[in-house]
Design a protein around this ligand. Sequence first.
Ligand SMILES: C[S@@+](CC[C@H](N)C(=O)[O-])C[C@H]1O[C@@H](n2cnc3c(N)ncnc32)[C@H](O)[C@@H]1O
Length: 229
Amino acid sequence: MSENIFYTKAAKYWANVPATIAGVLGGYEHISDIDIKGSKAFLNDILALKNAPGTKLALDCGAGIGRIAQNLLIPLFDEVDLVEQEERFLSAAEKRIGETNKRLGSLYNVGLQNFTPQKKYDVIWCQWVLGHLNDFDLIAFLERCKKALNTNGVIIVKENITSSEEIEYDDEDSSVARPYKLMQLIFQEAQLDVIKEDVQDGFPEDIYKVYSFALIPNELEKRTFVLTI
Ligand SMILES: C[S@@+](CC[C@H](N)C(=O)[O-])C[C@H]1O[C@@H](n2cnc3c(N)ncnc32)[C@H](O)[C@@H]1O
């Protein structure tokens, strides 16, 4: 499939989805609370590290209607920016969160494949969206995110992982689920090290396994940097 069709088909799918939690979770709104609970535990472990990221600014990528920003990131960070390609979802996020909460920061209405972060972030959260990028764009996106990390900053990826060794394409929303090994290869290509990973528990049997990965710029890159100054 051409790159263009892969992206336009996804955009068309999301343009027809209601701006609700049930909409962004494909009818699985009942797993939102358990998802947020698992993410909180994962993120709190990261924030308790010796070289923990700060808690000033976070970025929620493929933010949908701000489900993660509202329930996970805003309670922990001074400010949270959102990037999301479906404009209706961003407006819904603004309504749900922004009118009462000063912690909602900049809203970027653009696809991740075309997005370059303009600030330095302590945490960049990417959940249930990276399957909408092809491998090449995903590596390039992660590289741009890496450059946008504050000191001790961390990228968190929480995504469906196939139990087969194969990439599985979803023709309905035009996304892929990747196997574990491919995700590792992509992180390596982007020169990111996994410092923590976990499998979300308590999810229904009929959905993909969902892994969380915490990523930091890799050692090799740090060494190269030291050698060149
Ligand atoms: C499954 S929903 C998840 C939303 C949110 N991350 C959450 O967990 O509640 C996928 C989201 O990714 C957005 N999306 C799809 N393709 C995208 C792209 N190329 N760039 C940015 N966002 C995209 C959709 O509009 C939708 O809001």
